[in-house]
Design a binder for this molecule. Structure first.
Ligand code: GZL
Length: 309
């Protein structure tokens, strides 16, 4: 039986294996793959039974998964919501069934914040600011306009909205920095390459100074497009992206990416601890922020062996 933000099972329930229903977005990026691995491993380590559903990036599949978890009467539901809106109905169904919901990775936009007990994930606006600040610093002192291409994440996703917001806020400090083109690459390498190819065709004859990619996978796809266009990524076009996956560190060691802003996918242990705390009757903090850094190419070779995802 769950009431509010805590779980209180019948006496002797302490030894019953906790069941967590987790609705994952998909497998669109190295970040997502690492996030899934972290969740599955942490559930095993914590002795929590994990019901895992991969939605192939479709919101309707996530909603179906949540309804299945409710029908199966899981103890706790965790959700990484692919987009910000459209969750009110199913979250109210979970609440009516007395099943607490923990949001991980991305937040939803719902007026009734009692529909989830806690949100753990990164501050995407700050990640966008960090990306913008790096580019400001890299281009300071120059005279000419800095024309920037932007590969946005999934349309309607919190990281896409917020990383755009934070970056634009930061680059306002220098009017020379301008976003010349901006389009979604849906957080995937393939789409990032495709959109970058289109950008370069449309920009033929114009100087492009920088690319801001909302995640490393799109940046890695764009790097291929830049090379196929006969340009040097990281040299002819500065590239700043977000996540800090191994592929990004390898690209920085190869001199093809200039900086990656860390966004940790390793939320598994924190999530399982939260599930256990709920079961023990503790109230969770409404917001748990992941600590993260910024990794420029200069430190990539030293950092790469230490990276966990
Ligand atoms: C961020 C996460 C984003 C990553 C992408 O927390 O939601 O989704 O930045 C991933 O790589 O696809």
């Amino acid at each position: 039986l769950a009431t509010g933000a805590t779980l209180c099972g019948p006496a002797g329930a302490a030894d019953k294996k906790l069941v967590l229903g987790f609705s994952q977005i998909g497998a669109e990026s190295e970040w997502r793959t690492a996030n899934t691995a972290s969740i599955k491993q942490a559930a095993k380590d914590a002795g929590i039974e994990l019901k895992f559903a991969d939605a192939q990036q479709k919101q309707e599949n996530q909603i179906k998964a949540l309804r299945a978890f409710i029908a199966q009467k899981v103890d706790v539901i965790a959700l990484s919501p692919v987009v910000e809106t459209g969750w009110g109905t199913v979250l109210r169904e979970a609440k009516a069934a007395g099943i607490p919901v923990i949001l991980t990775d991305r937040l939803v936009k719902e007026a009734d914040e009692s529909l989830w007990v806690s949100f753990m994930g990164s501050d995407f606006v700050e990640e966008g600011r960090r990306a913008g600040r790096w580019l400001l610093d890299k281009t300071k002192g120059g005279k000419e306009e800095v024309r920037i291409l932007e590969l946005q994440g999934t349309v309607g996703a919190a990281p896409a909205q917020d990383r755009k917001k934070g970056f634009e806020e930061a680059i306002k400090a220098d009017p020379r920095l301008k976003i010349a083109r901006s389009q979604t690459g849906d957080f995937s390498r393939a789409k990032g390459k495709e959109v970058m190819e289109a950008f370069l065709k449309a920009e033929a004859g114009k100087k492009v100074h920088a690319l801001y990619a909302h995640n490393d996978d799109m940046a890695l796809g764009a790097i291929q497009a830049i090379e196929e266009a006969g340009l040097k990524p990281g040299v002819d076009i500065l590239i700043v992206s977000i996540d800090g996956v191994k592929g990004a560190f390898q690209a920085m060691v190869a001199g093809k990416l200039n900086v990656t802003v860390e966004c940790s996918p390793l939320l598994g242990p924190q999530l399982m601890q939260a599930v256990k705390d709920l079961k023990a009757g503790k109230t969770l903090p409404r917001r748990m922020v992941t600590e993260e850094g910024v990794f420029p190419a200069e430190v990539a070779a030293k950092e790469l062996p230490k990276r966990k995802y």
